[in-house]
Structures are given as structure tokens and as C-alpha cells.
Design a protein around this ligand. Structure first.
Ligand code: TLP
Length: 346
């Protein structure tokens, strides 16, 4: 049975046109700054988000970890949302690589200026790990692809700047927020000293992310990329895929969002509660028996992953069509007819 893979939008394979762009890429040694395709991508990415400079890196994790290292010193603290990727899914990198501790702020990915003010630890008290960075994640993965409301984001980041903090945006799925909200990338980016976004998620490229910011911040980041082992050589081959994705795969994210809503409706009709209602391409839903549902979904060829006990995530992307979504719902319906105990009590 063919797998309908909704585990993540990272699973996409390059399209034939993307592979052609990769095959034809002009390349050079990027550690010498001589890869024309990487240079083109970095300029295009910086322009797209209205920053002076950009750095192509192998992953979203490396972009975030470099940003943390750029903005902090050992012994500092960093404010991040509940369930933030930098806190939960980066292998303890903030502590291991930058020697900082992360404190959570707000609820389910969102916070306001009062939350920020209350959470900042000032450097004037020797007991504290002084807070030097506020990290925002938009869209927020662990909260179901939620979009941070722009007005609240402006106020929260302004409060952080007023308190002397720097700000970083983990925009792994920034373009999902752009397409769903109609607010362009520059307007989101204006509130941040640095921001990262990924080509290897909804945009459908095989590898790569970018960190954007001022010339100084990105100059520093370039040295840290080398130190973290992320200096790449003829990276134009993958940069070409990223450029292709940025040119061709942004507007179509609206299809993924429509598919996510369609999947959510299907699940809801089958008695699997969806919470929150998807704003972008991530669907969070509840089941009665985590392991039982994981096994049954695997057996019927629907790839979804448990995030917390009783809670699953499904992500729509370039490689799942509307027909695939309907087929996935039909398979789950058959599964629930055979195993009704997987459905939570109403
Ligand atoms: N997220 C992955 C997993 O690591 C959980 C996924 O499948 O969603 N920031 C955010 C908000 C992310 O969701 C991810 C990847 C990253 C950063 C890291 O990107 P990579 O995987 O390129 O290191």
C-alpha cells in the first residue's frame, strides 16, 4: 500500500524542474565565497525579508543555534515560547553550544509585552542569568502551525528591545504565515534582529535554511557556521533548489493550507477532535490510545506522528494532493470502523 506521508513537510522530494535547476547550477567553493548560486540565493533571501545580509546553512536547527550564539554570552538566559523548537527539538543545543538557559514565556506559542517584561531577568542582580534574547517561532510548530498575531508580535518584540534584548525569529515556516495572513515577509522580519527560514519544509527543497540580519550579525554568523562545521563547498547544487523553491513554491502553500483544513474536517467528522483549528499546514488531533493509533495508522499507510500522549500531528505539503487527503480520511474511517476504541469518548 502506498504511504500517504503526513509526518512532516520535510519529507518532500525535489520536483523534476527543481532537479533540473540543481543539475544546471553554476558552482564554486562557497567557503571562499565563490559559489555564484549560493551568493545569488543569499542576496535573494536577504532582499525578500528586507535585511542587509543572509547566510545559507544546512538546517533550520543550525540557523537557530548560530543565532543564539550570535546574540548571547555563556550564562545568559533566552526567552522562548512553550514548546519552541529551540527548546524541545534541538538536542539541547542552546545549553551545549552557547551555554545559555531557556525560559518559556506565554502560552501555546503566543505572548504579549507584559509577559515579556515580567520574564526578563535584569543583569543588575547578580543572582540572575541575564536575559539577552527573545526568540519567537512563527508559525508555531508545537501549537499546530499557529500564526503569531502581528500587532501582539510588534508589541512583544518592542518590549524586548526596550529591555535591551535582541530578537530572533525562527521562521522555519515563515512563508506559511505570509501566505495565510497576507502579511509579507518584510513586515514580519522588521521586528527582528535576525530571522531564519527553511527551504526544506513547505517550500519543498531537499536541504537548507537561511539566516538573515545585519551585515555585522551575518559576518559573525559566517564564522560560527564554520566553527559549527557547517561551511559547505559546492553548495550551489542545493542552493539552486532553494532558489527554485523561493521563486515557484511560495504561492502554492495556500493549497497545503486548504488541504490541512480538509483533513481537519474529515477527522472531525470521524469523531477525532482537532485542536486548534489549522491556520496553516499543520493539523493536531486527539486519539484515545496513542500507541494503538500509531500502529493502526502505520498499517493502513497513513504517516502521522504522536507529539504528546493522545495527540497526533499531520502536516500537508507539496507531495500530498487533495485526492491523497481524501484517501487518507477514507483509510482512517475504515480503521476506526474496525477499532472504534481508538476514537476518544465524545
Ligand atoms: N521541525 C521538524 C522536527 O524537527 C520537529 C518537523 O518535522 O516539524 N524550527 C522549526 C519551527 C521547525 O519545525 C524545525 C523542524 C526546525 C526549526 C529545524 O529545522 P531542521 O530540521 O532543518 O533542522
Amino acid at each position: 500500500m502506498r504511504l500517504i506521508d503526513l509526518r512532516s513537510d520535510t519529507v518532500t522530494r525535489p520536483t523534476p524542474a527543481m532537479r533540473e535547476a540543481m543539475a544546471n547550477a553554476e558552482v564554486g567553493d562557497d567557503v571562499f565565497g565563490e559559489d555564484p548560486t549560493v551568493n545569488h540565493l543569499e542576496a535573494a533571501a536577504a532582499e525578500r525579508v528586507g535585511k542587509e545580509s543572509a547566510l545559507f546553512v544546512p538546517s533550520g536547527t543550525m540557523a537557530n543555534q548560530i543565532a543564539i550564539a550570535v546574540h548571547t554570552r555563556h550564562g545568559d538566559s533566552v526567552l522562548a515560547s512553550q514548546g519552541a523548537h529551540i527548546l524541545r527539538y534541538e538536542a539541547g543545543g542552546a545549553a551545549a553550544l552557547s551555554g545559555v538557559q531557556i525560559t518559556t514565556v506565554g502560552r501555546r506559542g503566543i505572548f504579549d509585552e507584559d509577559d515579556v517584561r515580567a520574564a526578563v531577568l535584569p543583569a543588575t542582580n547578580v543572582h540572575f542569568a541575564p536575559t539577552s534574547l527573545l526568540a519567537v517561532e512563527n508559525t508555531h510548530n508545537a501549537s499546530g502551525g499557529r500564526i503569531f498575531p502581528l500587532g501582539q508580535l510588534a508589541a512583544a518584540t518592542a518590549a524586548a528591545h526596550d529591555a535591551g534584548l535582541r530578537t530572533h525569529l525562527d521562521g522555519a515556516r515563515l512563508f506559511n504565515a505570509v501566505v495565510a495572513s497576507g502579511v509579507d515577509a518584510k513586515r514580519w522580519a522588521a521586528h527582528f534582529d535576525t530571522l531564519s527560514f527553511c527551504f526544506s519544509k513547505g517550500l519543498g527543497a531537499p536541504v537548507g535554511s537561511v539566516l538573515c540580519g545585519s551585515r555585522d550579525a551575518i559576518g559573525h554568523a559566517r564564522r560560527l557556521r564554520k566553527r559549527f562545521g557547517g561551511g559547505m563547498r559546492q553548495a550551489g547544487v542545493i542552493a539552486a533548489a532553494a532558489l527554485h523553491a523561493l521563486d515557484r513554491h511560495v504561492a502554492r502553500l495556500a493549497d497545503d493550507h486548504a488541504n490541512a483544513r480538509r483533513f481537519a474536517e474529515g477527522l472531525q467528522n470521524l469523531g477525532l477532535p482537532v485542536d486548534p483549528w489549522p491556520e496553516t499546514n499543520i493539523v493536531m488531533f486527539g486519539v484515545a490510545d496513542t500507541m494503538g493509533f500509531a500502529r493502526a495508522a502505520h498499517e493502513c499507510g497513513v504517516g502521522v506522528i504522536p507529539l504528546d500522549p493522545g495527540r497526533f500531528r499531520a502536516v500537508t505539503h507539496l507531495d500530498v494532493s487533495t485526492d491523497d487527503i481524501d484517501e487518507a480520511i477514507a483509510r482512517i474511517a475504515t480503521m476506526l470502523r474496525a477499532q472504534p476504541e481508538l476514537r476518544p469518548a465524545a
